[in-house]
Design a binder for this molecule. Sequence first.
Ligand SMILES: Cc1cc2nc3c(=O)[nH]c(=O)nc-3n(C[C@H](O)[C@H](O)[C@H](O)COP(=O)(O)O)c2cc1C
Length: 183
Amino acid sequence: MEDTVTLSPPRPSHTHTPPATDRQPASREAFRDGMAHLAAAVNIITTDGPGGRAGFTATAVCSVTDSPPTLLVCLNATSSAAEIFGRNSALCVNTIAASQTEIAMAFGGKTPMPERFAGAQWHRDVSGAPVLTGASVAFDCRITDRKEIGTHIVLFCEVLAVAQAGTASASVYFARKFHHLEA
Ligand SMILES: Cc1cc2nc3c(=O)[nH]c(=O)nc-3n(C[C@H](O)[C@H](O)[C@H](O)COP(=O)(O)O)c2cc1C
């Protein structure tokens, strides 16, 4: 009599769980810890208009499409800047150079709005939002759409002008620290 061997069907590759050193269900904390390992450029997002002048530091900035040139920016709805961005349509994404981390820390929370702007030099382009002098790249934009997702407001921004500093350096936020890059 032959031995009977029961073979289980091969598992589809998409259900395969790879070995992980620390796998957790996606709680808020696990998500935040995971995001700490997603290295990201550091940007100072500014606005001016009927609601007044405001700015905050953001890593949650992403290209949407080049036709029309569009970025998205995620803004915490409870931040002091949220109401002002809600009333204005001008917005500038200022991607900081390696030497500008102190400015990013000032815009990273708690500092009163006038003090944030006092620590750097600014000029204007077409939208009227403050453009950071010496930024690695600045995307001058008009907010075209907004969508609330949980705690944040996603701002969709049509890019009107792009200004590059010509010196290739960047500051990247990774593992809850700033790191400098030179090209
Ligand atoms: C490196 C870094 C990245 C940040 N990224 C974001 C972001 O993408 N979106 C956001 O709403 N806040 C972000 N923040 C926090 C805001 O900059 C901060 O909440 C904002 O300045 C408002 O703070 P306030 O309520 O004290 O004015 C970041 C802060 C730091 C230091």
